[in-house]
Design a protein around this ligand. Structure first.
Ligand code: BV8
Length: 245
């Protein structure tokens, strides 16, 4: 993949880099995105599943959806895009990866300087608000009607993700906000740029004078804001950026 020489110049000049990833980052690992035709929302609307009210109404339905996603993710592998980002983190001093994804593939590829804005598929929290967070050791629950997990307080445990209408973790959001405000290069990969406050990060970086690069197979609301658009899949574009850097 040939890159614009001006973009290559910006890569070499960059000192503070932020990468924001969305579901398209994991598409080539075989994990469906949310809003594409065959996406995760194909049978349901977000408000049917990814909200506290949906969980209160039908915890078994919401758990069935998340357990299905755990099985898909457990069978998936990080792709060449995840691995390129993990190698770039080791080469660049001031690097911050902010992901909207809850699948844990960035960590499995070796990324460490990472903020999970929307939580993790592999964490359990209490639906009644107890502070205890439990890991699931990354192993999906066996298929079938395994009983729903309960917190020690007796309430259902829920997936440790941020649902619509829920606040993001303050510390995570502050870290992402500060990094985007201070960066001189922001690369947005595989996100439709419709879910806030994550979708505001590229605008924030742009306002701070950063160069914005979009990696996406389709046009998004971010495209007009971007200084450079790589209209290619993440697993092609990110290794090309790494090779040119
Ligand atoms: C909150 C749960 C406030 C986890 C998700 C303005 C400001 C603040 C809030 C709002 C606002 N306007 C509206 C809101 C409310 C809402 C929102 O943004 N709604 C949208 C739909 C309009 N935001 C919220 O509710 C947030 N909370 O703001 O709280 C508050 C304040 C006070 C008191 C209480 C509350 C919470 C948002 C988090 C919601 N949770 N998921 C889970 O189940 O996963 S969001 C869901 O969408 C996913 O988590 C995902 O991360 C997110 C974004 O989707 P994308 O990652 O972009 O994926 P998508 O499928 O859309 O796009 C994929 C892209 O990849 C496409 O562009 C495609 O072309 C591209 N692609 C495909 N293949 C490839 C590729 N690109 C590259 N390579 C490929 N191979």
């Amino acid at each position: 993949m040939n890159l614009d020489t001006r973009l290559i110049g910006r890569l070499h000049a960059a000192r503070r880099v932020v990468v924001v990833t969305g579901a398209g980052m994991s598409a080539e690992s075989g994990i469906p995105t949310f809003r594409a035709a065959g996406g995760l929302w194909r049978h349901y609307r977000p408000e049917d599943l990814a909200t506290p009210a949906a969980f209160a109404r039908d915890p078994a339905l919401v758990w069935a959806w998340y357990r299905g996603r755990q099985h898909t993710v457990a069978a998936a592998e990080p792709n060449a895009g995840h691995r390129a980002l993990a190698r770039l983190e080791k080469r660049l001093a001031d690097w911050h990866l902010v992901t909207q994804n809850v699948d844990g593939l960035h960590q499995r590829a070796g990324s460490r300087a990472l903020t999970e804005l929307h939580g993790s598929l592999w964490r359990l929290t209490c639906s009644a608000g107890c502070p205890r967070v439990e890991g699931t050791s990354g192993r999906p629950v066996p298929p079938g009607d395994a009983p729903l997990p309960r917190c020690a307080c007796g309430a259902w445990q829920r997936p440790g993700v941020v649902w619509f209408g829920e606040r993001l973790d303050e510390a995570a959001l502050s870290r992402a906000w500060a990094a985007a405000s201070a960066c001189d290069l922001l690369i947005a990969v595989g996100t439709s740029g419709v879910v806030y406050p994550a979708a505001a990060l590229p605008e924030l970086a742009k306002a701070g004078g950063a160069t914005i690069v979009e990696v996406n197979v389709e046009e998004t609301p971010l495209t007009p804001v971007a200084d450079f658009v790589l209209r290619a899949p993440a697993a092609t574009a990110l290794p090309a950026l790494e090779a040119a850097w």
